[in-house]
Design a protein around this ligand. Sequence first.
Ligand SMILES: Cc1cc2nc3c(=O)[nH]c(=O)nc-3n(C[C@H](O)[C@H](O)[C@H](O)COP(=O)(O)OP(=O)(O)OC[C@H]3O[C@@H](n4cnc5c(N)ncnc54)[C@H](O)[C@@H]3O)c2cc1C
Length: 369
Amino acid sequence: MLPNQSAKVIETDIAIIGGGSAGISLAAKLKHQTTVVIEPKQPDERDVSWALWAKDDQLQELGSAIKGCWKQWRLVDHQREILHNSDDYHYISLSSADYLRNRESQLAPSTKLIRDYAEHIQSSGCGGNFSVSGQRYHAQHIYDSRPPKMDKNGLKQHFLGIEIRTKQPLKETSIATLMDFRVDQSRGLHFIYALPFSDRSLLIESTMISTSLEPMDWYRTAIDQWLKDQSIEIESITREEHGVIPMHETIAEDSSLTKIGAASGAIRLSSGYAFTTIQMQTTKLAAGIEKGQFEVPQVISGTINKLDNIFNRVLVAEPTLGVQLMMKTAGALDAKGFSQFMLGKATIKDWIKVILAMPKIPFLTQVFR
Ligand SMILES: Cc1cc2nc3c(=O)[nH]c(=O)nc-3n(C[C@H](O)[C@H](O)[C@H](O)COP(=O)(O)OP(=O)(O)OC[C@H]3O[C@@H](n4cnc5c(N)ncnc54)[C@H](O)[C@@H]3O)c2cc1C
């Protein structure tokens, strides 16, 4: 919609473009600034599973958005099963819709959520002008969380998932299956991710780590085959989700704006996990804003990005090693070490364990490439 040129421009301290994971998390933490969050979608239009490793205090904070919680998780291939049993961390799955709704309900009176697209965005310094629903705004500071553009040939994690009600009760509900590699590996690194929410409710995702996407039916066939192998029958499909998560450096929608969330590189390159890093980023940023510091903190260190990039280059150069690399990473660590590794908080000792477990020649080739 074209902005009404004669209408008054609304002034605001902060504008957040996109009220997804990063945008709404930041907005909910700002209490003393005039803020507008612009988000076109309702939470229900984007209900997916956001999973993470969480400690007890985070369980409290995430409360009713938690759909499933496991103290045990496993990775499986044709040779072995690695089972982690954790006292420190829980693997949890959130309903993104519940999380977004919950954060929207916590917005301060000085924060306005506008359900539309931001358009005609012009940056100037840290802020700029934009219009929403024909109304022109000027913000002192703009934070842009619109999804970044992916490199067509870059490494990606892409998946299709279905949440089902099963005909018979599931035999095992206390273990989250993070990666089951006993599936077709002919097109790239492929695994099934399965979260039992109850004895009759299961999320199953066919996930690929490769450079090209597959037709939707390909993931569906993989899910059907896996369910057959597990002797699990579908009574009904309650939800479907699919996604593409970049595992490479992306290009922002508008490079002149300050980015937050995935657009700012908050996705862990080797795993696609971003929820925890986005929480860290928005918590630190909100605390900074309260003190008049508006810079977005870097939450994934340059060293981790470099190591993850090497790992990913090995995956691209030698996709047949993928299963082995994932199994060796998990096998080198105990449950706590693995959780911290996935959260980007691994100790030097755990990094050394992982590096020693990796096949040396493929890694050295990529280090010196
Ligand atoms: C299906 C899926 C499952 C995932 N699962 C996990 C997981 O289990 N664990 C994990 O850690 N990470 C996961 N991720 C990765 C990551 O956590 C998410 O992508 C997360 O949503 C990124 O948050 P964000 O705020 O950067 O972007 P988003 O949540 O995508 O928010 C960007 C927002 O910008 C809005 N927007 C776009 N254009 C405009 C515009 N012009 N004006 C205003 N708003 C606009 C969009 O509507 C969107 O809501 C998943 C990603 C996907 C896609």
